[in-house]
Ligand binder design. Structure first.
Ligand code: NDP
Length: 310
């Protein structure tokens, strides 16, 4: 039985093999396009952005494990076989996103965006800041990553509200569900953090219309997928003062092209898709756990649900 790996570049294979030798002895680990692999021997694939049609060429494929929490890179394959997909859900991935949420929300809460922009032009200008208890942070998405991030922000003292597709009650977090509740959710959100799944419904959701629903001077953080933000609308909202600043970790095209106006905007802060990037050992532990759970009784950890689309 073979586990094919396509993540981190072919040069990373020896490291993956060493990690899996300890975690899953008995499983053969080979690189994705190794020509000596017999397609019928492939049982598992641990992949990022496989070439369309390639997964369908393995007749005995049992489980696909996405190297990222998102599956947009898999859904781009129009011949994706109907095998279960486990989305990366390593505890370390959750912890790293919690940190990113805290770091970026605190960054905007304490107006560091202004101080950094001022430093560039040697301007000494104080800004009034307030306590976390007086700041409302809104999280879009309450999934594997959004819920722990919302809880961490609540524990840091912020007033936290959250919006998702389905209703739920959470202690100390005001929750909103569905499209009809979006205006109410946004109306008091001073710092917005997007951790939504990428689906046709959420594509372009951060646009002129939704920015206008936020209080004037709000800040926006996108750590989910580039498709959520309409960049020209973001630039216009910053220009008009409707938004004060933004932090973006993800983009439609990555790496972000050199000529993107996002690079040079004084109130946009770019991180290179690093919000939650667990190391290889952590990802290997999750893959091993996913394969073991699947072999025991067919359980798919952190399963992609094709009906929901995430
Ligand atoms: P999940 O699938 O666990 O959660 C997705 C959330 O989106 C759920 O809360 C879901 O609502 C909500 N949602 C989906 N559709 C809608 C809709 N139409 N309206 C309202 N809410 C909706 O995803 P994860 O938490 O694992 O990942 C979140 C995002 O983070 C993904 O886009 C992923 O690709 C991205 N990501 C980014 C990384 C980075 O480094 N920047 C790293 C890893 C992931 P409900 O709870 O009701 O189902």
């Amino acid at each position: 039985m073979i586990l094919l790996v396509k993540t981190g570049g072919a040069a990373s294979l020896p490291e993956w093999q060493a990690l899996f030798a300890e975690l899953l002895p008995g499983l053969e680990v080979r690189w994705w396009d190794d020509p000596t692999v017999r397609p019928e021997d492939v049982a598992y694939a641990f992949v990022w952005a496989p070439e369309p049609g390639r997964l369908a060429s393995f007749p005995n494929l049992r489980l696909v494990i996405s190297s990222g929490a998102g599956v947009d890179h898999l859904l781009a394959d129009d011949r994706l076989p109907a095998v279960p997909i486990a989305k990366m859900g390593a505890p370390e991935a959750v912890a790293r996103m919690r940190e990113y949420a805290l770091a970026t929300v605190l960054f905007h809460h304490r107006k560091f965006h202004r101080f950094i922009a001022n430093q560039r032009v040697r301007r000494w200008e104080e800004a009034e800041t307030t306590e976390a208890a007086n700041r409302t942070v809104g999280i879009m998405g309450l999934g594997t990553l959004g819920l722990p991030a919302a809880c961490a922000l609540r524990e840091a003292g912020f007033r936290v509200r959250a919006w998702a597709r389905t209703e739920r009650a959470l202690e100390g977090i005001e929750t909103f569900a569905g499209a009809s509740a979006l205006p109410a959710f946004l109306s008091s959100t001073e710092i917005l953090l997007c951790l939504l799944a990428a689906t046709p419904e959420t594509t372009g959701i951060l646009n002129a219309r939704t920015f206008a629903m936020l209080p004037r001077g709000a800040c926006v953080i996108n750590a989910a997928r580039g498709c959520h933000v309409v960049i020209p609308d973001l630039l216009a909202a910053l220009e008009s003062g409707q938004l004060e600043a933004a932090t973006l970790d993800v983009f439609d095209v990555e790496p972000l092209p050199e000529d993107s106006p996002v690079w040079t905007h004084p109130m946009i802060f770019v991180t290179p898709h690093v919000a939650s990037f667990p190391d290889r050992a952590a990802r290997a532990r999750f893959v091993a756990e996913a394969i073991r759970a699947f072999e025991v009784d067919g359980t798919v950890l952190n399963a992609f649900d094709p009906r929901r689309g995430y």
